[in-house]
Design a binder for this molecule. Sequence first.
Ligand code: NDP
Length: 250
Amino acid sequence: MRLQGKNIIVTGGASGIGLASVERCLQEGASVVIADLEDSEGKAQAAQLDDRYDGRCLFQAVDVTNTAQVDRLFTDTAAELGSVEAVFNNAGIGGICPSDELSDEEYLKVIDINLNGVFRVARAALRVMYCQGGGSIVNCASILGVFGQSQTAAYTAAKGGVVNMTRTLAIEAAPKGVRVNAIGPGYIDTPLLEALDDDMLQGLIGLHPIGRLGRPEEIANAFLFLASDEASFVTGAHLLVDGGFTAGKS
Ligand code: NDP
């Protein structure tokens, strides 16, 4: 059991990569809080997983654009479970739109969830983790945090920001025993890709030398490693888990 006794929060834990990560952590002995929007499947998912994993899965309704809710997530979890050893800062949305047609509203929405939300969650995690003397924060970035792609100006700006903010937080938090890393998934088969048509999906598959999209479990395994003590000397990293997508680019 690689996470035995650890308490872990997963934002956006009701779906896709987050949900797979929640289950992977439960399999490895952790207690897990699914933090997701009130109207998500999170409450039902948590109830089902709680039954299957000895009462170790909770749900808390959180919108990562709401500072008070994010702060409460961490203080509530620390009060209820006693500590927070790791967080997967994973909540996010997609956004495809030609830049000349992108409204302020859409641009700012993507930035507020995918970048500002990551900061709000990391800040609340640091406060709890500094008090307890350690922890691991894992931010969900993307291959689009290091490479551009047409029609994704807000998304790439947010993910690029997450990659570099991760480095800064890692430097700042290291002396206090907190590791901060990012994961950069390639294209992963989750509901986030539902907006893409078949031709687009086939095109994306062709960009991965492994010849397929990634599975949510494959990102969950990377999170498991970074959350665990096996990664005790890893901080400030952006771990690309991308089927070779970025290997030929420089
Ligand atoms: P999903 O849409 O399956 O899951 C994202 C979850 O985040 C959903 O449950 C969603 O709720 C929730 N969420 C959205 N907005 C908020 C909010 N404001 N506060 C709290 N929760 C919120 O997507 P993925 O699993 O694919 O994505 C997870 C992360 O991985 C994201 O950060 C994404 O950018 C990143 N990523 C994904 C890739 C992919 O190809 N799938 C590639 C690279 C990175 P709801 O469903 O109600 O919106």
